[in-house]
Design a protein around this ligand. Structure first.
Ligand code: HEM
Length: 482
């Protein structure tokens, strides 16, 4: 059963939160087994007693860029895996697509502590065969976004947030949100704002130091515990308030069919046989907003940033007579290439979420102990210059063949940015449909222009990101054109 603390640990504090006493026990056990077998640990920096490699982690650049740099030294041509010790915890960073596929995909049975019930529900609601049931909601959210962008272009950041948030609340609870003042929208957004600071690199370290959570907040490094309390309160509000709306509406005989929650409640009898009760449904529903909002917003904001920096790209996009529909997506390869390049240039979840190895494993002669926390270096993989020459350049053309169609021989970042194995993002089909629709519509309706200086000269915005696990952008301050 999925309880409140598990929800938090699952997405809110993803990297390292699984590190606990159990992991420590497993770690100690695995050291025993290492003594019995003769396989070496993966390569990695030596580290210091007790704190391990904590000081080897970069401070001036995002952690994922640091991993990519360290991987050049410690990755090997055969495995591309790097080993770190963080305060007694084994951490393995997977630096290539092939290694991720070999371990997290092919050996997924032991490389994931998956929550079975929610996964089944997620699959049921977002699988590729039925995901078009959300098309209408996606269309509504996209057309509201266009309207808002046209009326108040400078607030693009908020329009994006509202479009995604209203879509999440409508598909999950059947709640219609028309303005940012909506109380349900506020509850979930406040919660996200509270938790995001925890995902900066400094906080990443804190996650490996569970004891810091017990420090008073006025001590350096403290604050995690009061922070945790705030997160808990907001998280509870954000999942209980919308549920109350649904149950009260249903009691009053109101009509809110079609949402994820009502469909679950409709078949509660069958679900109970699979150990799914109202609490699980409530938590699954809460997880959808968390998982959907910042990832989707990050991609959309990155797209705006990239377009404002590369106005020549708009010349390649041919405007249409009408706004694109979902059914047009296969006919718009340049839009598809822009989306792939947006994913690649700035992967929204750059080191994935943590996976935990459930039993000792040996891979290509290298020992990985049970309890190891695994991170996917998705950013590094997407910026590998052997695969993507000139990786810092935003260049959608790299995904297109001479015929103007998507070139299948170029590695597709979509294969990695949604995670891997049994924990792979169940919302990926939904996300791709939605992003295609929104981006194709925005490109058809607007020219995205950089800000100008006092002399009217364009000032391309810098590629500045707030450092967080789910990457957020700073306010850009550019206006969409007409
Ligand atoms: C561009 C948008 C998105 C990206 C990049 C993204 C990425 C991810 C990643 C990396 C994970 C963790 C996978 C792992 O542990 O290996 C994940 C999990 C998840 N995502 Fe997404 N996601 C996106 C959109 C969505 C949407 C729209 C939904 C819902 C409709 C969603 C629902 C979920 C859920 C429920 C999980 C937890 C799955 C589990 O652990 O069982 N995501 N996502």
């Amino acid at each position: 059963m999925l309880d409140d603390s598990k929800i938090l640990s699952h997405l809110v504090v993803p990297a390292g939160v699984t590190i606990s006493l159990i992991a420590l026990t497993r770690y100690l056990k695995s050291r025993d087994s290492l003594n019995k077998v003769k396989f070496p640990y993966p390569p990695g920096p030596k580290g210091l007693p007790l704190i391990g490699n904590a000081l080897d982690l970069p401070r001036s650049i995002p952690i994922w860029e640091g991993f990519a740099q360290m991987a050049e030294t410690y990755g090997t041509s055969t495995t591309d895996i790097m080993y770190l010790k963080m305060f007694g915890t084994d951490v393995v960073v997977l630096n290539s697509s092939e290694t991720i596929a070999d371990l997290l995909d092919k050996r997924s049975a032991i490389y994931s502590d998956k929550m079975e019930n929610p996964s089944r529900l997620f699959h049921e609601f977002f699988n590729i065969a039925t995901v078009d049931r959300y098309d209408e909601g996606q269309r509504r959210a996209a057309s509201r976004l266009l309207k808002n962008l046209g009326e108040h272009p400078a607030d693009f950041h908020h329009h994006v947030q509202l479009a995604t948030g209203s879509l999440a609340l409508s598909i999950t609870y059947g709640i219609r949100v028309d303005s940012p003042k909506n109380p349900y929208f506020n509850a979930v957004e406040e919660m996200l704002e509270t938790i995001l600071p925890a995902l900066v690199p400094g906080a990443f370290l804190v996650e490996f130091l569970p004891f810091l959570r017990h420090f008073p907040s006025w001590l350096p490094g403290g604050g995690a515990s009061s922070f945790g309390e705030r997160v808990y309160k907001y998280s509870l509000d954000s999942i209980t308030l919308p549920m109350q709306y649904v149950t009260e509406r249903l009691k009053a005989g109101g009509e809110i069919s079609g949402s994820l929650v009502t469909r679950c409640l409709d078949k509660l009898g069958v679900l109970r046989e699979q150990n799914v009760n109202e609490e699980v449904i409530r938590n699954v529903a809460g997880l959808v907003y968390l998982a959907m909002a910042d990832t989707t917003n990050t991609v959309l904001n990155t797209f705006f940033l990239a377009m404002a920096r590369n106005t020549h790209i708009l010349d390649e996009v041919t405007g249409g007579e009408r706004l694109p529909e979902h059914s047009d997506m296969n006919e718009l390869p340049y839009v598809t290439a822009i989306i792939k390049e947006t994913f690649r240039w700035s992967p929204p979840v750059p080191i994935g979420t943590t996976h935990r190895l459930m039993e000792d494993d040996v891979y290509k002669g290298i020992f990985i102990p049970a309890g190891t926390t695994l991170l996917e270096n998705i950013w590094g993989i997407c910026h590998d210059e052997k695969v993507y020459p000139d990786p810092e350049l935003f260049n959608p053309g790299r995904f297109l063949g001479k015929d103007g169609k998507i070139d299948p021989s170029v590695k597709d970042p979509e294969a990695r940015i949604f995670g891997s194995g049994r924990r792979i993002c169940p919302g990926r089909h939904f996300a791709l449909r939605n992003l295609h629709l929104v981006i194709a519509n925005v490109l058809t309706a607007f020219d995205i222009l950089p800000p100008v200086d006092e002399n009217g000269n364009p000032q391309p915005p810098p590629p500045a990101f707030k450092y967080s696990q789910v990457r957020l952008q700073q306010e850009l301050g550019f206006l969409p054109g007409s």
